[in-house]
Structure formats: C-alpha cells, structure tokens
Write a protein that binds this ligand. Structure first.
Ligand SMILES: [Zn+2]
Ligand SMILES: [Zn+2]
Ligand SMILES: [Zn+2]
Ligand SMILES: [Zn+2]
Ligand SMILES: [Zn+2]
Ligand SMILES: [Zn+2]
Ligand SMILES: [Zn+2]
Ligand SMILES: [Zn+2]
Length: 260
C-alpha cells in the first residue's frame, strides 16, 4: 500500500476507508467530466474536484504502487496513476524529485514575479517563485527587468500574526508585511478621544469629518476586546480585538485597558 493511504482521509477526489485498506473514488455522476480526465493536473484544487468528475484510480497502482498496463494508452487515460499531494503548492517537498514523481502538484501561477495574491486559497492552488529579498522596493522590479521578475516574486507577505500583531507601532514591520487593518493610531492602545467619540456616536454622520476620517484611516484597539459584540463592518475593519489566549505580549501591553 502507498504511504498516503491513511484511514478515513480525503484527498482530491479520493478517500480511504476507515481501516485504511481500500481507496474509493468519490464520484458524483451529475458532474461534467473534466476534459483532462486521468491526466488532469488540478486534483489539489477542491473547487475543481467538486465541479468536475474524474476517472477512478488504477486499483493495481493503488495497492502495489506499480501497474503492468502502463504502456496501454486507453488504460492510462481511463485510470489515474498519480495522487494529488495534499499540501498543494505549499508542499515542503516540492523540489524533491522522487516526491514530485509520486504526487501531483499545482502549476506555477501565471502572474509570475508580479503576483500579489497572498490569500491562502491562491497560495495553495498555485506554485510561486521564491521571494525577492527586496520585495517591492527592488529596483529591478520597479524597472521591470524581465529576467529578474521571471525568477523572483515581489509581493508584500502577510504578517503571520494577522489580527493580533504585536508589532503594532513599528512602521518598518508594517510596511514589510501585509496586515488586515490600516496603520494604528499613535495613541492606541491608550484611549484615543476621537475614537471614543466615534464609537459612542449613534449617528456617525453628525460627527466632524476630522473624527470620521481619523477613525477610518487608522486602526484602534477596541477596549472591549474579545467581549465586543459590534459587528458593524466599519468597526471590524478599523478595530483590533486583541486578547487571544496565548497572546501574552499583547495581554501585557494592553492590560490596563482590560483591568483598569
Ligand atoms: Zn480535472
Ligand atoms: Zn494501471
Ligand atoms: Zn507534495
Ligand atoms: Zn499567484
Ligand atoms: Zn527583486
Ligand atoms: Zn504584523
Ligand atoms: Zn486615534
Ligand atoms: Zn469592538
């Protein structure tokens, strides 16, 4: 049996039974057949797999790792002989030749060195070039030097802390990593009077444009933290709700807000 045959797992169009002994293809018959059939390279893409049906895995290949009919074109187009790597483009073994031969991996993103899409769906569905160390400040990128942009990617990477970033006021960190909120107000996490008026006002239009602009352009730490029930999109986009478990540095930094 191949090493991927873990009990009760689903990968691409396949799943294994609870004892791990058999592999079934999950086939849904009212789907359109994928035009690439057994040579489709998109099994790692769950959207694609949900929308198109694919041929089953070759049983002999599944159980033994080899197939005696590899020279028969009809057989090779009727049954799949490779398995999608469950890590997709984020696979750590993507440069390991042996692994590449055994598992199917995504194609390179067509935007090459210009790709800016760092959403996790996109990162998993497409392979990407290695990052250029200078990212968007790279002179060759700004001058559109083709042979450099063909080799390196120039996007701003996501900050790994996302909504609970502890480097709130470090402008350099802020410029080097993408955050889901605007640059924080310099007063925050201390109580910013503009933000306080903004959150308390029922009719925001009646506030001065200075207050409205300030609260849209800068992020503030919401004093209610995790207990906040304000689902207004403009509040969620411009407020940080810290105090996640295990975020000790944030807790310490903002302690006075929560234990006055
Ligand atoms: Zn397909
Ligand atoms: Zn076969
Ligand atoms: Zn892999
Ligand atoms: Zn891309
Ligand atoms: Zn560069
Ligand atoms: Zn950050
Ligand atoms: Zn402020
Ligand atoms: Zn809030």
């Amino acid at each position: 049996m191949l090493p991927f045959a873990q009990p009760n797992t689903i990968c691409g169009p396949y799943r294994t039974s609870s004892d791990g002994s058999m592999i079934f293809d999950v086939r849904i018959f009212d789907l359109h057949p994928c035009q690439f059939g057994a040579i489709c390279n998109e099994f790692y893409d769950s959207k694609h797999v949900q929308n198109y049906s694919h041929p089953p895995l070759c049983k002999q290949w599944c159980l033994t790792g080899t197939c005696t009919q590899m020279n028969e074109i009809v057989h090779m187009f009727s049954f799949i002989h490779r398995y999608p790597c469950r890590y997709g483009a984020q696979c750590k073994d993507i440069n390991n030749e042996k692994h590449i031969q055994e598992y199917e991996h995504p194609f390179y993103c067509s935007n090459g060195g210009y790709c800016q899409d760092t959403s996790s769906d996109h990162e998993k569905a497409y392979r990407h070039l290695p990052m250029c160390e200078d990212s968007q400040r790279c002179l060759k990128y700004q001058e559109h030097i083709t042979n450099h942009i063909e080799k390196f990617r120039h996007c701003i990477p996501n900050c790994e802390y996302e909504n609970s970033c502890v480097h709130l006021h470090e402008r350099e960190h802020y410029e080097n990593y993408k955050h889901p909120f605007p640059f924080p107000c310099l007063i925050t996490p201390y109580r910013c009077p503009l933000y306080q008026q903004f959150t308390m006002a029922k009719e925001k239009q009646h506030l001065s444009s200075e207050i409205r602009q300030h609260c849209l352009n800068f992020t503030h730490v919401c004093p209610l933290g995790r207990n906040c029930t304000n689902n207004d999109p403009s509040h969620l986009e411009t407020s940080i709700h810290v105090l996640e478990d295990g975020e000790l540095s944030n807790k310490e930094r903002f302690r006075f807000l929560f234990d006055p």
